[in-house]
Write a protein that binds this ligand. Structure first.
Ligand code: NDP
Ligand code: BG6
Length: 512
């Protein structure tokens, strides 16, 4: 607690971690990282976390000395954990050399400890095992809370009391949902702060780890051609679209308590919006970027009921196959009004974006799977070529950033059709990632796990960001629930409720 540094004659307190960095003690040789996946028996751990850790290992991105522990209540031996994990590991990386050898080496670094989430004693047993593996080296510890939110606090309390590092850093990755509204989110933040300081908390929004979301700032701030156009002067509207072609299969129990607005809009799409709309940060430092994102969120008006449309998928038969309704899920109440689709219009009330609708659309069980950012530009004033193309007056430029699948960035332009006449049509300037880059795109969890290990906070959500995000959605969510508003039903596999088109039309927008 008494560590201090003196810079330009000014003395300030520093953490043990910072001291060790400054003193050059955090070297590869004498430090180790222990990663504990809390909730290791669960879906996310199997599907995303262990495979991402393996990919990092395969790419030589993990530190020389590292150990992975699974922790959960299920009884498992180390061998059983390894067998469970091995079923989900793939050699998706381009080299594919020595893959099975690498897998064996990786699995050899994975261990398991069974314990309760609210038992300090069980976490103390884990601590003992971690110490054995750390072999007296400086211990850095990362806990990934891959458990349902109602047990976050128990696990944080016990991990921090009984298993935090005594000489290195201790960091905790927290999975969404971070509460259900402003109050519960604030309570969670306060709860976490009893045991951790803000710098130890890594709130994950895996959309921030997606390649094209991370590229947004590069596109804007390192190309002269985009940033000057990035305002109300040239942009008519911005669309943020998330669509999945499958229902809540298997996650209905979780989903029914949250709904699509909390599941996708309040976090994934709002984070993209903030990155899209923010001013140029002072630097690429995490705090500078997060400061700008918070400013955007604080400049926005809370959502109004008249600016939202909600829907829920119903059963649909196509080609002899019957697709289930949301309420056919055994874990969902038959009379559930939880939205599986929502469309919303949001506004950023600042000088740059005044009056520009940011339209969000998110839905499950739609006709396609895609996540896109679509930027529709204004008309060309006094367009000389108005009479040379079909509907050219409406064919304004559009920039599309396709986050997934088939990552791409393309710009729709009006172009002369080659030939002696003068006819115009719409063409695409197209950057298709699969064609341009041979390397496979890493999964979002790989990037985020690596950042957490390296202490890079840029892609994680700060508590004030979270507070501002909930402030935008909480009044609306309460109103929807208090008034018990029924969602518009749409068939499984369709384009969603027609209400979404009326909402867009209100702002003279057509969904892309
Ligand atoms: P699971 O429901 O699979 O839970 C993970 C583990 O937690 C289970 O294996 C179980 O382990 C333990 N657990 C489950 N329910 C309880 C309970 N009521 N009380 C105590 N322990 C319980 O969750 P997921 O793996 O799907 O998700 C983990 C976290 O990640 C959640 O916060 C979720 O919202 C979030 N998330 C998940 C995504 C996904 O795709 N799955 C996507 C984005 C976020 P055991 O019984 O062995 O202790
Ligand atoms: C999660 C949501 O955060 O993101 C899920 O809880 C959703 O409902 C998932 O399916 C989508 O993630 P991705 O990376 O598959 O687009």
């Amino acid at each position: 607690t008494d560590l201090k540094k003196v810079e330009n004659g000014v003395s300030s307190a520093i953490s043990v971690e910072e001291y060790r960095d400054l003193a050059g003690l955090n070297t590869r040789e004498n430090s180790t990282v222990s990663i504990t996946v809390v909730g290791a028996s669960g879906d996310l751990a199997k599907k995303k976390i262990f495979p991402a850790l393996f990919a990092l290992y395969y790419e030589d991105c993990l530190p020389e000395h590292f150990t992975i522990f699974g922790y959960a209540r299920s009884k498992m031996t180390d061998a059983e954990l390894r067998s469970m994990v091995s079923r989900t590991l793939t050699c998706r990386i381009d080299k594919r050399e020595n893959c099975s050898e690498k897998m064996e080496q990786f699995l050899g670094r994975c261990f398991y400890h069974s314990g309760q989430y609210d038992s300090e004693e069980n976490f103390a047993e884990l601590d003992k095992k971690l110490k054995e593996h750390e072999s007296g080296r400086l211990s850095n510890r990362l806990f990934y809370l891959s458990i349902p939110p109602n047990i976050f606090m128990d696990a944080v309390k016990c991990a921090s009391k009984s298993a935090s590092s005594s000489n290195g850093w201790t960091r905790v990755i927290v999975e969404k949902p971070f509460g259900q509204d402003s109050e519960s989110s604030a309570a969670l933040t306060q709860g976490l702060k009893q045991y951790l300081v803000e710098d130890q908390i890594f709130r994950i929004d895996h959309y921030l780890g997606k390649e094209l979301v991370e590229n947004l700032s590069v596109l804007r701030f390192s190309n002269l051609v985009f940033e000057p156009l990035w305002s109300r002067q040239y942009i008519r509207n911005v669309q943020l679209i998330f669509s999945e072609d499958f229902g809540t299969e298997g996650r209905g129990g979780y989903f029914d308590n949250y709904g699509i607005i909390r599941d996708i809009m309040q976090n994934h799409l709002l984070q993209i919006l903030a990155l899209f709309a923010m001013e140029t940060p002072v630097s690429l430092d995490a705090e500078d970027i997060r400061n700008e994102k918070v400013k955007v969120l604080r400049s926005m008006k809370p959502l109004q009921l008249e600016d939202i449309v909600i829907g829920q998928y119903k059963s649909h038969t196509k080609g002899g196959i019957t697709y289930p309704a949301y309420t056919d899920d055994m874990t969902v109440p038959r009379d559930s009004r939880t939205p599986t689709f929502a469309a919303a219009a949001l506004f950023v009330d600042n000088a740059r974006w005044d009056g520009v609708p940011f339209l969000m659309k998110a839905g499950k069980a739609l006709h396609t799977r895609r996540t896109e950012i679509r930027v529709q530009f204004r008309h060309v004033p006094g367009n000389l070529y108005r009479s040379f193309g079909t509907d050219l007056d409406r064919a304004t430029n559009e920039l599309v950033i396709r986050v997934q699948p088939d990552e791409a960035i393309y710009l729709k332009i009006n172009n002369k059709i080659p030939g002696l006449g003068m006819r115009l049509d719409r063409s695409h300037l197209n950057l298709l990632y699969a064609t341009r880059y041979s390397k496979e795109i890493p999964d979002a969890y790989e990037r985020l796990l690596l950042d957490a290990i390296e202490g890079e906070r840029r892609l994680f959500i700060r508590s004030d960001e979270l507070e501002a995000a909930w402030a935008l959605f909480t009044p609306l969510l309460k109103e929807l629930e208090e008034k018990s508003i029924s969602p518009e039903l749409y068939p499984y596999g369709s384009r969603g409720p027609v209400g979404a088109h009326y909402l867009a039309a209100k702002y003279k927008v057509q969904w892309g």
